[in-house]
Design a protein around this ligand. Structure first.
Ligand code: DX5
Ligand code: ZN
Length: 224
């Protein structure tokens, strides 16, 4: 089932619990948490203490996206803090296979992320060690950027590949998702659709969530 996954990066951090409650009221069951270290990407966001606090105020699955230089050291710390699933960038992992196995061993789902400049082919050897793949549809680091249309072809390619190899592998997409491009993203084969600004930069995030979910469901019915 296609899921809309709110990214709290666009939320008001001073009212985080309230904003999370808003999207949960709209029906959200998974939350996307962006972790940035000022090295892999030119921005900072949250660390383990914030994940721990979020864990206490929600029952939603916590989907932690590590945009950091040293995921091997930090992934277990974020899992300890309450992450249900952790994704790491292909671009920073020297031993990607080992990192994904380590995340699974620590008790979380292991996701692998590729940047816009990284081809789907770079994942060929790890598709059966990953629990999901995240395709970045903007360059990571900031919310509110424009969707890069070439990402759709990457999603289609990965969708074909998982079908050929009979893999149960959710495809997640992150960056620049709007009500307008959502149907294309669903039809290309995405299962988890991360969205920040389109929810939290509206007067009513709960209503925006329901509307996006409705649009995604309608598009699923005509998936090609
Ligand atoms: C960008 C982050 C995204 C971001 C998406 O580096 O990984 O999760 O929050 O935000 P929007 O939906 O505003 O593009
Ligand atoms: Zn993200």
């Amino acid at each position: 089932m296609v899921q809309i996954v709110p990214s709290i990066l666009a939320a008001d951090f001073a009212r985080l619990a309230e904003q999370i409650e808003n999207v949960e009221r709209g029906g959200a069951t998974m939350l996307h948490l962006d972790v940035m270290d000022g090295h892999f990407v030119p921005n900072f966001t949250i660390g383990p203490p914030v994940v721990e606090s979020i864990r206490k105020v929600t029952r939603a699955r916590l989907d932690v996206h590590l945009m950091i230089e040293d995921p091997d050291y930090y992934a277990p710390i974020f899992i300890q803090a309450g992450a249900d699933q952790v994704s790491v960038h292909q671009e920073v992992c020297r031993n990607l296979d080992r990192t994904l196995r380590m995340i699974r061993n620590e008790g979380a789902l292991a996701g692998v992320v590729i940047n816009p400049a990284t081809p789907v082919a770079a994942l060929e050897e790890v598709l059966d060690v990953a629990d999901y793949v995240l395709i970045m549809s903007v360059n990571p680091g900031f919310g509110g950027q424009h969707f890069l249309p070439r990402s759709l072809e990457k999603v289609r390619q990965l969708d074909r590949e998982r079908q050929q190899r009979r893999l149960q592998l959710p495809i997640e997409i992150d960056g620049g998702i709007t009500l307008e491009n959502l149907p294309d993203v669903v039809r290309a084969g995405c299962d988890w659709i991360v969205t920040g600004s389109s929810l939290f930069h509206t007067p009513d995030p709960a209503a925006a969530f329901s509307q996006m979910r409705q649009t995604a469901q309608e598009a699923t019915a005509v998936r090609v």
